[in-house]
Structures are given as structure tokens and as C-alpha cells.
Design a protein around this ligand. Sequence first.
Ligand SMILES: [Zn+2]
Ligand SMILES: [Zn+2]
Length: 336
Amino acid sequence: MKAAVVREVRKPVSIEERPRPEPGPGEILVRILASGICHSDLHILDDEMPSPHPLPLVVGHEGAGTVEAVGADVTKWRVGDRAGIPWLRWACGECRECIEGWEPLCAGMRGTGFDEDGCWAEYAVCPAAFAARIPEKLSWEQAAPVLCAGVTSYKAVKLSGTRPGRTLGVFGIGGLGHLGLQYGKLAGARVIAVDIHAAKLSLAEELGADACVDASQGDAHRRIRRQGGVDDAVVFATSARAIRDAVKSLKPNGSVVVAALPPGEVPLRASDLVDRGVRLVGTALGTRQDLMEVLDLAASGRVQVKVETCRLEDVNTVLDSMRAHRLDAARKVIQL
Ligand SMILES: [Zn+2]
Ligand SMILES: [Zn+2]
């Protein structure tokens, strides 16, 4: 099969032929038809989030396609079923976090394209219990980004506790944020979109943002506070400053949910949290239940997933654009 393979970190991935994986007991083999490109992939390739898997490694954790074969003991999947392979490919199911419904926090959690080979390939395997069913109405290209960007931003908005009558600040209108703002609107909130790029702010407007704030024009929090502030905020921008702006934009008793990994430290004073009773929460991924909900939401047509497709051979060019922050909000998806 054709695959994009990491042979050395901080080097281009190599497009090569490699053996098709075989599904082991409890696993399914998926013929990947669309595979998203996530910032986490870039962090792995650039050694900012080193994979424990010995190289070579196939990255990619937004793989959507059809079941090609099922391993022994698989009863709920059949050849031809529509399947998605997310980052969360295994959690123990027995630890406190798993039992309490926080399986992405399981200490034994295994990540696709990180702990094991992922989806930038024509075929990939996944434990059947953690593969997601892709609704009929959803195209492969639209489904792929939901498997990571969608579920992560959906969970962040859920954790923010936003609801009708509250204002939600969405910081960073990229692959995650353009979805997060739509989930915020669906939750009934008034949404303020914050970004440093005019093009992303106009996309936010098109997707239903009630107000937009251009953070390239100095302290965004001052302008948000002048507009009354926000009750809650979600941060998707890879920017420590965005986290600070979010905290400082809050009304009393609000929460900031951070789903981005900017390098370095966040410049905050304890008083920024203490004086207004701010809750600062981190989040990554979502549970299998969150993933089912967000795939259904995408299939219902109530959320627009912005994608741009590329070929597997073009993946290095796309990665270079991501490194140079030249990408628009649309998620890049490899068509296979
Ligand atoms: Zn991801
Ligand atoms: Zn566990």
C-alpha cells in the first residue's frame, strides 16, 4: 500500500510502498479514503511531541473509509461498513478516569499515528471498539476532520458550560475554531470570534459569529471587555497570548477551556484568576460518546466542515504551509 512514512523527525515524510497491515484479534482493517492533517501530526513530525513508537511511523489520526477486513472476535463490524479511526484508539476501561467517563485521560491510552501506525496510508488498522461509525450522509472528506478537530472542539464547548443567555468567546478560528464557534451557536450562546487574520474573521462572520475581534490590533481583551466581556471562552489558537486574552476577557465566574498547545508559558497573574473567580480548564479529544454525537451533528447538515483536499504526494507542501502559518481555516484532508 502507499503511505506517507516518517523515517526521521524534522525531515519531509517519505511517500513509499509498504506492506498492508493485517487486523489482529479485535481489530478492523480500514481502506482509508480521506485522512485529515492535524497540528498534532506536525508536532510529532517536528519532534515537539515525540512519539514513543520507533521510526518508521505512519502518522495521521483522522482516517475515514470502509472496512476491508475484520480480525478474529470482531462481531459488530462487517466488511463494507463506514468507519473512522480517531486518535483515541484504546483506553483501559478499568481505571478511575475511564470509569468516570474521561477515557481520553486514561494513563494507558493509545494514540493513532503516535503510539501505533496511523492513517496517512491507503490502509490502517484500529481496535474495533474504538472505531467510529461514519453516518451515511457524511462524505469522507467532511467526516475525517470531525474525528479529531470536530470532537476536540465539541468537547471544549461542552466543558465551557455555555448555554442560551451566555456569551462565548472563541479564540482562534482555524480547523478547530471554525467548528467550535458553530457548536457554540448550536448550544444557544452569543459567540464572539477572535483571531489575528482578517480572512478567518470573515469566515467566522459567514458561519454565524455575532461579533468579531481582530486580535492583531493590540490587546483583544480590552476591546472584548468594552463590549461587555464574555461569560465563557474556548481557546484553539496556538498562542499563549490568546489564553491570556481569554482569561482577561471573562466576566466573573466564567471558565476558559484551553484546547491548544502553544509553546512556552502563559503570562498570567494569580489575580487574573482569583479576582473574578475564573476557572481555567484544559482539554484534549473527547470520549467515544462525544465522537458519536459530533459525527451525527455533522451529518445533520447543521455544521459546516470547511475542508481542502490534497493528494498524499502533496503532504510535505501542506505541512510546510502549516509551519509557516499560511493556512486558512479549512482543514486539509488527504484523498486516497
Ligand atoms: Zn488531531
Ligand atoms: Zn483507563
